[in-house]
Design a protein around this ligand. Sequence first.
Ligand code: TYD
Ligand code: MG
Length: 489
Amino acid sequence: MARPAPSFICQTCGAAYNRWQGKCDACGEWNTLVEETAGGVGTSPATGRGGRRKGRLIALESLSGESPEAPRLASGMAELDRVTGGGFVPGSVILVGGDPGIGKSTLLTQAASLMARAGHRSVYISGEEAVAQVRLRASRLGLSDAKVQLAAETSVEDIVATLSQGEVPRLVVIDSIQTMWTDMVESAPGTVTQVRASAQALIRFAKKTGATLILVGHVTKDGQIAGPRVVEHMVDAVMSFEGEGSQQFRILRAVKNRFGPTDEIGVFEMTGEGLREVANPSELFLSERDLGSPGTAVFAGIEGTRPVLVELQALVAPSALGTPRRAVVGWEQSRLAMVLAVLEAHCGVRLAGHDVYLNVAGGLRIQEPAADLAAAAALVSSLANAPLPPDAVFFGEVSLSGAVRPVAQTAARLKEAQKLGFARAVLPEAARGEPGGASGLSLATVGALSSLVADIAAQGRPRPVRGPADDDDGGGKNATPSQFRNRRG
Ligand code: TYD
Ligand code: MG
């Protein structure tokens, strides 16, 4: 006898159970099981409940053999092409996630319009906004003349039927996948089963016809593409569109890409006329620098194949709390904790009574360990009230022993720094022999973090303003001696 089909589906991870329970065993989330009608995904009326279809023989191939390089269709936006790996691959499916209001619809309206202007059939289906709203956005973007085919629709069957009419579309944008529903399953729109079945039907259309399909996905509070983690496995590429709401920079990052690299970023600026591509992100990230103030260090980083200079800002201040705060924006919390521990253990820096804040300017999120040295420099600079030289860049990984370790692509980092007018670089000792020496920068190599800390601390200045209530040991004198136990390290 057939087992009853499981019908309680976790809305976070898609795990299925045949009984309700409070906690999902698969992902550990509470209260995420929702009863959905059995029958499930991919049950089409023709092959479903009734008799099973007899299998057709498929041709099995060998691993070797000719397969033509996937042809690419340039989107007309260089930053978008950089992230996709050189343009849209026909028949591929891209999931674009991001917070509400970050600019997903704007980005995709622009991409669809550029494709239409290049003479390709380009379709934009909005399940969230009315046609008038999409038109309003297009006119704001100055794209009203582009021959994008637009519809406000949520029924997958109707959409696929429409797309199948006439010339095969080269680009189809579905905004968003959470609003789509299909007759094939009976669950409510937005549930995992619906989203998965709708995505499957649309993906099948893309694979069959060679259209490039872009699905917009909503993001939950903790940054996951809502509900359909399952959809992430079904698509060829997952991209996340990020940025601080208050800032105009937007970063498109590939999280998964079957046809290209996953470490490239595309940088955009949100303007009154839509998203503008930023070909040289370093200039943008350094445009509002606070020259000569303590606590800032310029990090020469690499994002994908492109060097990016960005300012790290630190604030180390006496804490009124029993457990001082450690807050970081744009970098990993665990990485900051490690750098702080190394500063305490090997460099004689006392941070226990201090709140520590670290911020990556411009809304960029850094993932490289190469930022350790710049972060340490910014932190010590803030603590000692010692501004770092404004014409210096920093990079290098710090090990738990306090040694500064070399990082990849020294030459590219130095070249970018020189291009932007920097005069010196502080970098790991082991990088001395690398060809980057030809960059024309004056190089200061660091073998141990403690020596850099001692140098910065030696430049420390008295803090300018001290309130009468502030009666700690410094008493208006130079803060350095009390915070740095052994300056020799
Ligand atoms: P939108 O693309 O609707 O975001 P999403 O689809 O990710 O929810 O963008 C919404 C925000 O972008 C909105 O706050 C207004 C702003 N915006 C501009 O600043 N300039 C523009 O040209 C457009 C179209 C939007
Ligand atoms: Mg939108």
